[in-house]
Design a protein around this ligand. Structure first.
Ligand code: ADP
Length: 752
């Protein structure tokens, strides 16, 4: 099929106006892999697996499939691997709304059926969200005609891969004619993925812009075409020298390092390089971006990021708040920020191409091996793929750094010449099957053990395995576990989910988390404290762990004895080493949540626990979700702890002590303003509706607009503050001058 030239106008069935739209975007002729996909029928409802390098136009393949499907009266689903990407993709697809294509994004709670999505033509969601929608019986799922799986090679990920795998199997079972389009990085065994999905394979190494790969050793940059260039180094470290070298050519760099801390340190160091390459206008615009970063949150991380950005460098990692990430990515695309130091987790999917990609660290700490392990070839190649902006750079360059001659050879063998590892299903592991078997039975995909096995045969795992019996053995263990915990009943090969089992499946918690919660709640003989509940949810496998640092063991052991009476369920003995460690690290998380719910400042928390603001958000969000699940489970079991759980959840949601719950729930109030109102004697909503306006205005530091909107939100009849003087020493001018009333962040509501 090589060499076929296809114009966008030749694609059949596109909605009216769309071809013109693409042409206006500079897309006239399809890239060769896109043309191949069209030849394979991707615009006519045929299933296709496209294994194509990063930035070679996979999105367009997906768009052609979805838009033509919609034009024929169908409905399409686009599955993204990360939540952060869902909004990005939605924004991209919204360009088609003017041609009558409605786009919806489904994020948020995992326990609704998202009925409103029935009206949409194109839906964007993560695989977890789709899985939960299926579990909750969303009717519109039956109407899907096209499903796209982005970054399908992630089925190899042991944590999230199985969900994508099972979800695709379920969607395909529900709808035999479903068109499946899977987009993958270039992997060696894309043919197996295509086999599994009954799809035609488009396997290509074509890129729109040349990529040169190489390794820097000393001053010499060895490239894969056999050439060598000199990078002048002086006293500079390798990374700084490479960044400087790119800058003299007016290019930007992306530096991959192995930890958040390293990303921050690298950005700080590299900002000393970039600051000498800024013109006055750039400096001014960067100051502006830095100010917006400071506004977004009042933490050390935020300050550090702003300091670096003002000088033209930035860091990017999962500990950053979403506003920060967006500001950094935009400034990089606008060529204001000249270098980003990033962790590998964020390499995938983030659309920030740059002239040069520098993979500084090719080893990373791996908890499973308890030490440093080399990155996968696939991962490094994806980082490489970010090099080169078509139309802007003459070529992209991806560079590794060697510290010895042997390492130079090793890096060439390991990454430059090497092919990526094959993608292997990770489904046949107990934690994955525990949740998916329960859901498969609870949502009616299998009523007997035979049906369950034949359902599992539709997965990639079954296509790939030659280990006979492994799936059956793990399945048997899992069924026993689910039965023992009263989630499933088995009789003569028939399978039935119990009421509790249905609940657990719909709540989208790991059955093991549910079992821990049920056990803990049943063990309580008194109203549980918020702290006890935080600890309970923190010890479930759904809450990712905070690691214990040196010295933590003593500190938290002491705390464990101090607060022993509050725990739900019995504490493991200090001699059961790993169980006790887990208990303590859950305790650390519980105290973080308690600190947050006791109005401790965000930056005090980041300091105390050595985490970023994004981590606090992550913990708070997970705690809210698990406490909501706990409340529903308590209801299912007729336990009387519902109100206590709800209160504990509201406290983490707003980040306030008990007495502020009523006030903090009013829109625009938030934790800090609620505290100030309370201290001024305005203790609840009723007070707020009646209180002397000058007191309210004083407590809100003279912020008239804010105060009016709060009064309006609480339903006060006369929210107008014209002519009202603020009580106390707060004057509008003083507060207005800094543009800040010290309330900082309103809440951690922004989780996207
Ligand atoms: P991938 O998803 O493979 O990483 P993208 O779909 O993001 O890559 O495409 C990278 C860039 O190439 C986008 O900016 C896109 O607009 C552009 N592009 C895609 N197809 C074409 C084409 N046929 N002609 C010109 N530009 C294209």
């Amino acid at each position: 099929m090589v060499g076929v030239s296809v114009e966008i106008a030749d694609v059949p069935d596109l909605p009216e106006g769309v071809a013109q739209h693409f042409r206006e975007q500079g897309i006239e002729e399809l890239y060769p892999p896109q043309a191949e996909a069209v030849e394979a029928g991707v615009a006519e409802g045929e299933s296709v697996v496209a294994s194509v390098p990063t930035a070679s136009g996979k999105t367009l393949v997906a768009e052609l499939a979805m838009l033509t499907s919609v034009a024929r009266g169908g409905k399409a689903l686009y599955i993204v691997p990360l939540r952060a990407l869902a909004s990005e993709k939605k924004a991209e697809f919204e360009a088609f709304e003017q041609y009558g294509v409605d786009v919806g994004v489904s994020t948020g709670n995992y326990d609704s059926d998202g009925d409103w999505l029935a009206q949409k033509d194109v839906i964007v969601a993560t695989s977890e969200k789709v899985d939960s929608l299926v579990r909750n019986g969303a009717q519109w799922v039956d109407d899907l005609t096209c499903v796209v799986a982005d970054e399908v090679h992630l089925v190899d990920d042991s944590h999230r891969g199985p969900t994508l795998e099972v979800t695709l199997a379920k969607l395909r079972k529900l709808n035999a004619n479903l068109q499946t389009v899977a987009l993958s990085a270039t992997v060696g065994n894309a043919d197996e993925i295509a086999d599994w999905l009954d799809a035609t394979l488009v396997d290509s190494t074509w890129r729109p812009i040349d990529l040169r790969k190489g390794v820097l050793y000393g001053q010499a940059l060895h490239l894969d075409d056999g050439s060598q260039t000199q990078i002048s180094r002086g006293n500079e470290k390798a990374t700084a020298a490479l960044v400087e070298d790119t800058l003299t050519d007016e290019g930007s760099s992306l530096v991959f390092v192995n930890s958040r801390r390293n990303a921050e340190a690298a950005a700080r160091r590299l900002s000393d390089v970039t600051r000498d390459h800024l013109d006055p206008e750039e400096r001014e615009r960067l100051e502006d971006v830095a100010a917006r970063i400071r506004d977004a949150s009042d933490t050390q991380t935020s300050d550090d990021l702003a300091d670096a950005v003002a000088k033209g460098a930035a860091f990017h990692h999962a500990g950053l708040a979403s506003d920060h990430r967006e500001l950094v990515e935009d400034a990089f695309r606008d060529r204001l920020v000249k270098v980003i130091a990033a962790t590998p987790t964020l390499a995938a999917g983030v659309n920030t191409p740059s002239r040069r990609v520098i993979v500084r660290d090719w080893r990373r700490y791996d908890g499973d091996v308890g030490g440093m392990a080399p990155l996968d070839v696939l991962e490094v190649h994806q980082m490489f793929g970010r090099a080169g902006r078509p139309g802007l750079d003459p070529y992209g360059e991806a560079v590794l750094i060697a510290n010895s001659h042997d390492e130079l050879d090793e890096l060439f063998d390991r990454y430059v010449w090497a092919d990526p590892e094959p993608v292997r299903s990770k489904l046949a592991a107990e934690p994955a099957l525990r949740t998916h078997i329960l859901a498969t039975v609870a949502s009616g995909f299998a009523d007997t053990e035979d049906e369950l096995v034949s359902f599992l045969e539709r997965t990639l795992y079954a296509t790939q395995t030659d280990e006979t019996g492994r799936l059956e053995t793990v399945t048997e263990n899992v069924l026993e576990y689910l039965e023992r915990n009263e989630f499933l009943e088995r009789e003569d090969g028939d399978l039935r989910a119990t009421g509790l089992g249905h609940r657990v499946s719909q709540l989208y918690v790991d059955p093991m988390s549910a079992a821990e919660i049920v056990h803990g709640l049943r063990a309580a003989d008194d109203r549980p404290t918020a702290f006890g509940l935080y600890h309970l949810v923190s010890r479930t496998p759904d809450m990712y762990e905070l690691y214990l640092r040196s010295g933590d063991r003593e500190e938290y052991t002491e705390l464990a004895y101090e607060r022993e009476t509050e725990f739900l369920g019995s504490m493991p003995s200090e001699f059961e080493d790993s169980a006790f460690e887990d208990w303590l690290s859950a305790l650390k998380t519980a105290r973080l949540l308690e600190d947050w719910a006791s109005e401790l400042d965000e930056d005090a928390i980041t300091d105390r626990y050595g985490v970023g603001p994004g981590d606090i958000r992550g913990k708070v969000e997970t705690a809210e979700w698990l406490l909501n699940a706990a409340e529903r489970l308590a209801g299912e079991l007729d336990l009387e702890w519902g109100p206590a759980i709800r209160e504990a959840r509201k406290r983490v949601e707003y980040g306030v002590a008990e007495e502020l719950l009523d006030l903090a729930g009013v829109r625009n109030v938030g934790r800090k303003r609620a505290r100030r109102l309370y201290e001024a004697g305005v203790e609840n909503r009723a007070d707020l509706r009646e209180a002397d306006k000058s007191v309210v205005l004083g407590a809100l530091r003279g912020r008239r607009k804010t105060a009016e909107s709060i009064l309006e939100n609480v339903g006060r009849k006369d929210p107008d503050l014209t002519g009202v003087e603020a009580e106390g020493d707060a004057s509008e001018d003083a507060a207005g001058a800094s543009g800040d009333d010290g309330s900082g962040q309103q809440s951690l509501g922004d989780f996207e």
